[in-house]
Each structure stands twice: as structure tokens, then as C-alpha cells.
Design a binder for this molecule. Structure first.
Ligand code: ADP
Length: 452
């Protein structure tokens, strides 16, 4: 409990300043009463501050119980919360009772004191509980606490009843006064908001934990599936290419189809395995020196058939053909390859692609521009996330797993580089990655998502 806790404050109560000695009679009494009320309201404020800073529900209920008893000068307190599903009031906390003991104790709404308070949404004072047949003693029985008098008030949030707060046994068996009712009513509403906030935070935490768990399971599944698929796929590819070499006519064309499909599958599986390596931290850089021209040419060569099939043209713009880079050849090639295959995929037939490379400051910037479908401005932030695709899954036209850009980003960031996209919907996109010209730098921490 922190320094603002009600416990600490109770030990050092804020005493009202005494009424000025010059005042006399009724005026003096009024001033004294006002000062007392002001001191109590100040106390409510102090406690509210603790309430709003406490998100642990058990601790919060404990603070509310203590504060309710303190503010009304009573021996104990109870909190009952409305269960929206069943419409019942359920004991949440009671002085002297453990939470487990109270779990599930339901207070009937009809013919109970708390039920009456909730239904009428008004405070209720019961001076002598033994004379009120509505008293429901199940929770008190658990702790052996004997209730003599009750002041109960509704807990509401924006006029919606959410529970009932009761202060039990005014000390010295005095009667509850108007100030008790007022202070507990004010406090109950603040307590209700604090409980609601704590519940929302708890629900959010639970949802996050669940998400984490699902995320972990998804990663495990992808890891296992990609490894399990790889071996049989190798066999299919091996036998299909052997058969294709010997085949002729219609059989050759059919085997071509088999091979193409298997190669696509292999590319997808490799994407998944690549990301796993990054996540596992086992992706190491094998840097060498090559020119931007060699890199671009090799990727253009690999993607040539795909672009030709769509009657697209690829232009290369290299102002300095000798521009050199120091990087991991395969990983840089993979990063660029993903950008170029995307440009082809998301550009209509007869479209135009331009790949350029230049030195900007101390970075080599490689750029892939297309005049394809473009990306809506609101989506640009997210396209580098794993599995994120602009196209809704139900209306899939382009295929793919949504991993290409995430892989390019990881590959670039492994070098200590950066990648970004500029795009205009309907007009085209321009993806650029920049690598340190002098060779890989320590990648920035946390730039690559840690798990698939
Ligand atoms: P995939 O291509 O498998 O869907 P990527 O991670 O490579 O996955 O790309 C994510 C998404 O970004 C794509 O689904 C597409 O919506 C969008 N995108 C990527 N490149 C382009 C591009 N050149 N033009 C338009 N949209 C693109």
C-alpha cells in the first residue's frame, strides 16, 4: 500500500480546524459542521486518489471496505456486485471474510436489504437488523460477524446500478446520520467506477494472455508444418523433374504444371522457414562485396518469366554501374526478389516496373517502383507486418501468404538497414530499402518482430 493509502491516513487523521472563537451559538455550530464535512470530503478525495491508482481488484476491494468503514465510523463493510447475466447480487468482499469464502454467495434481489437498495436506487438505513426480516446473513455467518445496523447505498455508473455498498454497525451503536448517507453515497459511485476500471483492465490482460498463447501456438504450428512439408515436397520435386526430362507431348506439359506448383509451394515453405531462422536468432550474415548491378540483374533474371507472362516491362536505372555494396548476397537478393515479385503481382498486364540503385549519403538505396494498383494510405503502415494483406481474404485475387514484405524487412534490418514504401492508390507503389554502404551494422534492437 502506498503513502496515500487510507490506512496511513487513518493513523494521522486530518483534524478539522476549530471554529473561530469569535463566532457564537448557532453560527459556531454551523461553521464546525461545515468544517467537519469539508474534512470528510477531503478524506473522500484522498481515498479516491488511491482508488484510481489501484488496478488490482482484490486490493481495490480491500481499500473500499476499509474506507467505507472509516468514512462512516463503522466496524465493517460489505460489497455486493450485480451479476449482469443472472441479475443477482453477488458478494464480492466483506470485512473479515476471505474472498474464496464469499465466492458465489448470492443475495436475492427480492426481499433482501441489498436487493431493495439496488431496485430503489436509494440509500437505506436499518437501525436494528434483528427487526428486519429482509436481512440476509449468509456472508456474515461465514466470518462469524454479527450485524446490528446497516447503512446501504447503491453503486452506480452513469445511472446504471452495478452493486451495493454496505457499512455495518455504527460504532458505539450510534444512529447513522445524514452525513454518513451522503459520504457513503458519494464514495460508492467512485468505488463503482474504480471497480469497473479494474475489471476492464483485468479482462484486457486476460485477453492479451490468450492472444500470446494463440500466437505461440500459431508459431509452433507453422514451424512444425513447414518442416513436415519440406521433406515430401523435395521428393515430389525430384521425381517430377526426372520424369519431366524424359517425358514428351502432353505428359511433359502436365509435368511442367506439377513442377511449377511444387516450386511455388517450396517458395512459400522457404518463406516460413526463413522467418523461423530470424525468430530463433539463427540467421547469420555472410557479407561479401558485390555491385548493385549484379544484384539487380540476378533478380530481374529470376523474375523475367513472371513479368513476361503479364507482358510487363522492367527498366533498370543504375547511374553508377560500378556502385558496390557489402552485404549478405542471398539475403539481399531475397529482400529485392520479394519486392519485385510483388510489383509484378500487383501491377496489371502491360504495366511498367523500374528498379534503381544509387548511393545516398552513406547508404545504398535500392528502389522498386511500379504503376500497379497501389496501396491505400491507411494500409501502408501495416503491410510490413507478417500475414498482413490489403486484399480481404474472402475476395482473394492475388494469392500469397502475406510474408514477403515481413521477410524483406527482416533481411534489411539484419544488416542494420531500413525499408519503406510510398504509394498512391490506383497509381502505383515505390518500395525502397537502404543498406549501410560500408557493410552491415549492428541491427537496431527490436526492429524485427520476434515471433512468427
Ligand atoms: P503477399 O504478397 O504474399 O500478400 P507481402 O508481405 O509481400 O505478402 O505483401 C503484403 C501486402 O502488401 C500484399 O498482400 C499487398 O496487399 C501489399 N503490397 C505489397 N507490395 C505491393 C505492391 N507493389 N503494390 C500494391 N500492393 C502491394
Amino acid at each position: 500500500m502506498d503513502r496515500d493509502s487510507p490506512q496511513r491516513s487513518r493513523r494521522t487523521p486530518r483534524k478539522p480546524d476549530s471554529a473561530p472563537s469569535s463566532a457564537t451559538g448557532p453560527l459556531r455550530d454551523t461553521i464546525a459542521t461545515l468544517q467537519q464535512q469539508a474534512a470528510q470530503l477531503q478524506r473522500v478525495l484522498d481515498i479516491s486518489r488511491v482508488l484510481t491508482s489501484t488496478l488490482d481488484i482484490d486490493k481495490l476491494l480491500e481499500v473500499i471496505l476499509e474506507a467505507s468503514a472509516e468514512l462512516t465510523d463503522t466496524e465493517a463493510a460489505s460489497i455486493m456486485l450485480l451479476d449482469e447475466r443472472s441479475g443477482d447480487l453477488i458478494f464480492a468482499a466483506s470485512t473479515g471474510s476471505r474472498r474464496e469464502d464469499l465466492a458465489g454467495i448470492r443475495v436475492p434481489i427480492d426481499n433482501s436489504i441489498a436487493g431493495t437498495i439496488l431496485k430503489q436506487r436509494a440509500p437505506l438505513v436499518v437501525g436494528d437488523v434483528t427487526k428486519d426480516p429482509r436481512h440476509f446473513g449468509a456472508a456474515a455467518q461465514k466470518s462469524g460477524f454479527v450485524t446490528r445496523s446497516i447503512l446501504g447505498v447503491p453503486m452506480t455508473i452513469k445511472d446504471k446500478p452495478v452493486g451495493v455498498l454496505e457499512a455495518l454497525n455504527k460504532k458505539g451503536d450510534a444512529a447513522f446520520g445524514a452525513e454518513d448517507i451522503q459520504v457513503l453515497t458519494t464514495f460508492a459511485n467512485q468505488a463503482a467506477v474504480a471497480i469497473e476500471n479494474a475489471r476492464l483492465v483485468a479482462a484486457l490482460r486476460k485477453a492479451y494472455q490468450r492472444l500470446d498463447e494463440l500466437d505461440r501456438r500459431k508459431s509452433d504450428f507453422i514451424a512444425i508444418a513447414s518442416h513436415e512439408l519440406r521433406t515430401p515436397l523435395h521428393l515430389i520435386l525430384g521425381y517430377a523433374s526426372m520424369l519431366q526430362e524424359d517425358a514428351s507431348g502432353a505428359a511433359k506439359a502436365q509435368l511442367d504444371g506439377v513442377l511449377k506448383g511444387a516450386q511455388q509451394l517450396r517458395a512459400l515453405i522457404e518463406d516460413m522457414i526463413n522467418l523461423q531462422h530470424i525468430d530463433a536468432g539463427s540467421a547469420v550474415l555472410d557479407a561479401s562485396r558485390f555491385t548493385a548491378a549484379e544484384l539487380i540483374e540476378s533478380v530481374v533474371e529470376a523474375c523475367k518469366d513472371m513479368a513476361e507472362a503479364k507482358d510487363q516491362t522492367i527498366h533498370v536505372d543504375l547511374p553508377d554501374p560500378a556502385l558496390a555494396m557489402v552485404a549478405d548476397w542471398e539475403k539481399t537478393q531475397l529482400a529485392l526478389n520479394n519486392l519485385v515479385t510483388n510489383a509484378i503481382k500487383f501491377t496489371p498486364p502491360q504495366g511498367r516496373l523500374e528498379i534503381s540503385g544509387k548511393l545516398v549519403g552513406d547508404e545504398v538505396q535500392v528502389c522498386v517502383a511500379d504503376n500497379g494498383i497501389g496501396i491505400p494510405a491507411r494500409e501502408i503502415e501495416r503491410i510490413f507486418e507478417r500475414f498482413y494483406q490489403v486484399e480481404p481474404h474472402i475476395a482473394r485475387k492475388y494469392g500469397g501468404l502475406g510474408l514477403g514484405l515481413a521477410i524483406s524487412k527482416s533481411m534489411v534490418e539484419l544488416h542494420g538497414g531500413r525499408i519503406w514504401c510510398e504509394s498512391a492508390e490506383g497509381r502505383g507503389s515505390r518500395f525502397t530499402f537502404a543498406l549501410p554502404a560500408g557493410g552491415p551494422k549492428q541491427p537496431k534492437r527490436g526492429t524485427t518482430p520476434l515471433r512468427m
